[in-house]
Design a protein around this ligand. Sequence first.
Ligand code: HEC
Length: 265
Amino acid sequence: MVLMLIKTAKASLIYVLTIVCILFGAHLSFAAGDKITYPQKEWSFSGITGTFDRASQQRGLQVYKEVCSGCHGLRLLAYRNLKAIGYKDNEVKAFAAENSVNAIDDEGEIIERSARPSDKFVSPYPNIQSARAANGGAYPPDLSLIVKARSDGANYLHALLTGYVEAPSEKKVPDGMYYNKYYSGNLIGMPQPLYEDGVTYADGTKATQEQMAKDVTAFLAWASEPELEERKKTGIAVILFLLVLTTLSYFAMKKIWAPIKNREI
Ligand code: HEC
């Protein structure tokens, strides 16, 4: 009897530990190994119940469009994907039509036509070489997956965009490089992109550097992981299901074994 109790306690402990590891394991593994630490911001999309903030995403799209898209592409996103962050069909159509793409006409000639919702975001440069040539040799990476590609991606991106400060006097900053306290090595080939009132938000929000950095990060976090909300919803449903199943199995086990446990030996 005592042995059984110990066994049950052990099994429950392992179960609870497994669930704790699943829930928090990812966070622990990210904490190790980072040298530069970034300010930890509150993101509506972090945590197990996180969702995106639509208004912030839409402002972020505006920042991307008016500031970042001059140098950075977003080639994995199609214009029609913007419907997921609250745009209507006609808005998406109009937004796509502001860009033009190469196409082939009936005679096989290459022509230019305006982009359609099904087209991917048009990149500012036709290839890596021309991107480098226009940026003093530095390559502005495509931003489609940047939030996932960097560890602690959202906080990193936010820190990078707000991390331009005066270089310390002993640090030499070569021409075409800029000092950023959060970039590894501190010298980056990207000039400071965000200045107060750099954009005029359509919804009237004050465009401080901090606000723009938060919004464009929220937008790019979604671009990196559009299925985040769906994934979290499924995760919660699965955990609830497992909890119910565990409880049911426990009581079923008790009932099934009751006659044997109560048997006189
Ligand atoms: C004038 C062109 C220009 C603009 C505008 C610009 N960038 Fe960049 N960006 C660059 C270049 C060039 C690099 C590569 C820097 C390097 O390799 O040193 C870069 C690099 C980056 C990186 C990669 C950093 C890393 O960890 O490797 C991110 C993220 C980034 N930019 C985000 C943005 C965002 C977001 C915006 C808009 C708010 C923006 N950039 C606007 C030129 C630009």
